[in-house]
Design a protein around this ligand. Structure first.
Ligand SMILES: Nc1ncnc2c1ncn2[C@@H]1O[C@H](COP(=O)(O)OP(=O)(O)OP(=O)(O)O)[C@@H](O)[C@H]1O
Ligand SMILES: [Mg+2]
Length: 305
C-alpha cells in the first residue's frame, strides 16, 4: 500500500501540492485526474523520491520514501511525462543503459531486455535508433525501460500524450495486463475517458488539492443529476424552450440545448411529450454522467480548456 500523508510542496511562485492525502492499495489501477498544472507530476516526482516535500510523508508498505531511500525506490517504476531516452542509441542500447542504472546483473540483462522489448512489441526494432521512432514507439520503449527491474508499483505520467490511437490502445492493453499480473499502477491523465476506462479508483486533483476520490460510480454519484439530455436545435425544436424547461434545468448552447433532468423525471414521460410536440427523435441524445461533468460541478471549470 502507498500512503500519502498531508503532503505539501511549494515552489517559489506556486503551491503545487497543498495538504494532499491519499491511500493507494496494492494491485489497484489508480488514476490521478486533473487539468494542466494541477500538481500530478509533482506528486509523482515526490513518490519516486526525485524531489522532497515541504511537509508530509509518503510511505510504501510502511517504509518512508525519500530522496535517499534507494531500497524503496527500487520497488517503483516510473514513466515520466517527458520522454527520457537517448535518441542516438538503439532501443536495445537504451535499455542496456537503464538496466545498468537499476543494477541488473549483466548475465541477466540481455534476457530481461529482450522480454521487455517483446512485451511492448519493439523486439523487431531493437537495432533501430530511437530518433527514428514514432511518438508511440518512444512511449512504449519508455514503459519497457521503467519495468526492467520488475517493480511492484508502476507510475505512469500521462503516457499517451502525443501518441497515435493504435499505440495508445497498445499501451492501455499492456498496462491492464501488468495490473492483472499484480502490479499496482498509478496513472495520471487529464483525459477523463482514460480514467473512466482504465482506473478502478480515481482521485481528482485541481490546483494542488484532491477535490474528490473514489471509484467511478462513487464519484459520479456526487453529481446531483444522473444524466444529461442533449437536444440538437432544428426546426422541430424551435420555440420549445418552456417545454424543455418543464423537465429540468436547461443550458442553452449554440447548436444544442443541454438539459439536466429533474430528479424525479421519468424518461418515458419526457419522450412521450417530445413525440406529442412533434420533436424529431433523432435530435435527442442521452448522455450518462461523466467525470468531465463532475469536474465542472465541483470546480465550475472544464477539465480541458
Ligand atoms: N520545478 C518546478 N519549479 C517551479 N514550479 C514548478 C516546478 N514543477 C512544477 N511547478 C509548478 O507547480 C504546479 C504543478 O505542476 P505539475 O507539473 O505538477 O502539474 P501537472 O498536473 O503535472 O500538469 P500537466 O498536466 O501540465 O503536466 C504548476 O503551477 C507548475 O508550474
Ligand atoms: Mg504533468
Amino acid at each position: 500500500m502507498i500512503s500519502i500523508k498531508n503532503v505539501t510542496k511549494k515552489f517559489p511562485s506556486v503551491t503545487a501540492l497543498n495538504d494532499v492525502s491519499l491511500e493507494i492499495k496494492d494491485k489497484e489501477f489508480f488514476g490521478l485526474l486533473g487539468p494542466n498544472g494541477a500538481g500530478k507530476s509533482t506528486l509523482m516526482n515526490l513518490m519516486i523520491g526525485y524531489i522532497g516535500a515541504d511537509a508530509g510523508d509518503i510511505y510504501i508498505d510502511e517504509e518512508k520514501i525519500s530522496q535517499h531511500n534507494l531500497a524503496v525506490r527500487k520497488q517503483i517504476g516510473f514513466v515520466p511525462q517527458s520522454i527520457a531516452l537517448y535518441d542516438d542509441a538503439t532501443a536495445f542500447e537504451n535499455l542496456e543503459i537503464f538496466g545498468s542504472l537499476f543494477g541488473i546483473r549483466k548475465n541477466l540483462l540481455r534476457a530481461v531486455i529482450a522480454e521487455n522489448l517483446n512485451r511492448v512489441q519493439l523486439y523487431e526494432r531493437r537495432k533501430d535508433k530511437v530518433k527514428n521512432f514514432s511518438g508511440g514507439m518512444k512511449r512504449r520503449l519508455n514503459i519497457a525501460a521503467s519495468l526492467l527491474h520488475n517493480p511492484k508499483v508502476l507510475l505512469c505520467d500521462e503516457p499517451t500524450v502525443g501518441v497515435d490511437p493504435q499505440s495508445r490502445n497498445a499501451i492501455f492493453d499492456y498496462l491492464v495486463k501488468l495490473n492483472e499480473e499484480g502490479k499496482t499502477i498509478i496513472y495520471t491523465t487529464h483525459y477523463m475517458e482514460e480514467a473512466e476506462r482504465l482506473c478502478s479508483r480515481i482521485a481528482i486533483i485541481d490546483s494542488g488539492k484532491i477535490i474528490s476520490s473514489g471509484t467511478l460510480d462513487e464519484l459520479l454519484q456526487l453529481l446531483p443529476y444522473e444524466q444529461t439530455i442533449l437536444i440538437n436545435k432544428n426546426k422541430t425544436t424551435e420555440s420549445k424552450l418552456e417545454l424543455f424547461k418543464s423537465f429540468g434545468k436547461l443550458l442553452n448552447e449554440q447548436e444544442k440545448y443541454e438539459l439536466k433532468p429533474f430528479d424525479h423525471l421519468k424518461l418515458s414521460d419526457f419522450f412521450k411529450a417530445m413525440e406529442e410536440h412533434g420533436i424529431d427523435y433523432n435530435s435527442i441524445d442521452l448522455h450518462k454522467p461523466t467525470l468531465e461533468a463532475l469536474f465542472l460541478h465541483l470546480t465550475g471549470r472544464r477539465l480541458r480548456d
